[in-house]
Design a protein around this ligand. Structure first.
Ligand code: AP5
Length: 223
C-alpha cells in the first residue's frame, strides 16, 4: 500500500488485513513502537522520524526481511509504508522471489487535503490506535475507543514536519512508484474519496488483479 503521508494507507491496510485474516505490517508502526519502548532501534531512528526524514534503506529493509520470514505471512500480508525508495523496492523484489506476485496499490490525494488530515489526526498515547477515519470529527474525540487512553497528535504531525514528509515523499518515494508503473499487478486509486468509497475502489482494484480478494469475496452487502 503506497501513498503520501495521510493518504489513508494505515486506515485501509488495517481493515483489509483484518478482513483477509492476514497480518498488517506497517513500518511506521514498527518504528514508533521501537521509539516508545526506548530500544536501541528506537534511539537510532527517533531523530530522523521527528524531522520527517526517512530512516536508512538498510535498516528498514532488514526489519521487513525479518518480519517476512515469520510463519504468519504464509497466506499473505498487507504492507503499509514499505517500500519508499527504489533500493527498498528492489530489495522487496528479492525478498518476494519465489512467492506470489506482489500487488501494489498507490493511493493519490492532493497535498492540501493530506495536510488537513494529518493535522487533525489523533492517536492514543497508550495503545497507538488512530481515531477512526469513520468518526464524524476525529479532532473532537476525547478518549481512545479501544482502551480509554488520552488522545494526542503524533510527534511528526506538526504542519512543519508534515510539509517536510511531503517533500521527502515527492523526492524519494514518487520516483519509486514509477518502478512499479508497468506491472500488471499495479493500480492507482483515488484516496481523496470518503473512506468507504476508497475501500470499494481498493477492493475493486484487488479483484481485478487477484480474483477472490475483491468485492465479490468480501460481500457487497457489508460495504
Ligand atoms: P508512517 O507511519 O508510514 O507515516 P506516513 O507514510 O507518513 O503515513 P501516515 O501514517 O501519516 O498516513 P497514512 O497514509 O497511513 O494515513 P492514515 O490512514 O493514518 O511513517 C512514519 C515515519 O517512519 C516516516 O516519516 C519515516 O521516518 C519512517 N518510515 C516508515 N516507513 C519507512 C520506510 N519504508 N523507509 C524509511 N523510513 C520509514 O490516515 C491519516 C488521517 O486521515 C487519519 O486521521 C485518518 O483517520 C484520516 N483518513 C484516512 N482516510 C481518510 C479518508 N478517505 N477521508 C478522510 N480522512 C481520512
Amino acid at each position: 500500500m503506497l501513498g503520501p503521508p495521510g493518504a489513508g494507507k494505515g486506515t485501509q491496510a488495517e481493515r483489509l488485513a483484518r478482513e483477509q485474516g492476514v497480518p498488517k505490517i506497517s513500518t511506521g508502526d514498527i518504528l514508533r513502537e521501537a521509539v516508545q519502548s526506548g530500544s536501541e532501534l528506537g534511539r537510532t531512528v527517533r531523530a530522523a522520524m521527528e524531522r520527517g526524514e526517512l530512516v536508512s534503506d538498510d535498516l528498514i529493509t532488514g526489519i521487513v526481511r525479518d518480519r517476512l520470514s515469520r510463519d504468519d505471512v504464509g497466506d499473505g500480508f498487507v504492507l503499509d509504508g514499505f517500500p519508499r525508495t527504489v533500493p527498498q523496492a528492489r530489495a522487496l523484489d528479492h525478498i518476494m522471489a519465489g512467492r506470489d506476485p506482489l500487488i501494489v496499490v498507490e493511493m493519490r490525494v492532493p497535498d492540501e487535503e493530506l495536510v488537513r488530515r494529518v493535522r487533525s489526526r489523533r492517536v492514543c498515547r497508550v495503545c497507538g490506535t488512530n481515531v477512526s477515519a469513520f468518526s464524524a470529527d476525529p479532532s473532537k474525540a476525547s478518549k481512545c475507543e479501544r482502551c480509554g487512553g488520552e488522545l494526542v497528535s503524533r510527534a511528526d504531525d506538526s504542519e512543519t514536519v508534515v510539509r517536510e514528509r511531503l517533500r521527502v515523499y515527492w523526492r524519494d518515494t514518487r520516483p519509486m512508484i514509477e518502478y512499479y508503473g508497468d506491472r500488471p499487478t499495479f493500480r492507482v486509486i483515488d484516496g481523496a474519496q470518503p473512506p468507504e468509497h476508497v475501500r470499494r475502489s481498493l477492493l475493486a482494484a484487488l479483484d481485478a488483479m487477484a480474483p477472490g480478494t475483491g468485492p465479490a469475496a468480501q460481500g457487497e452487502g457489508r460495504l
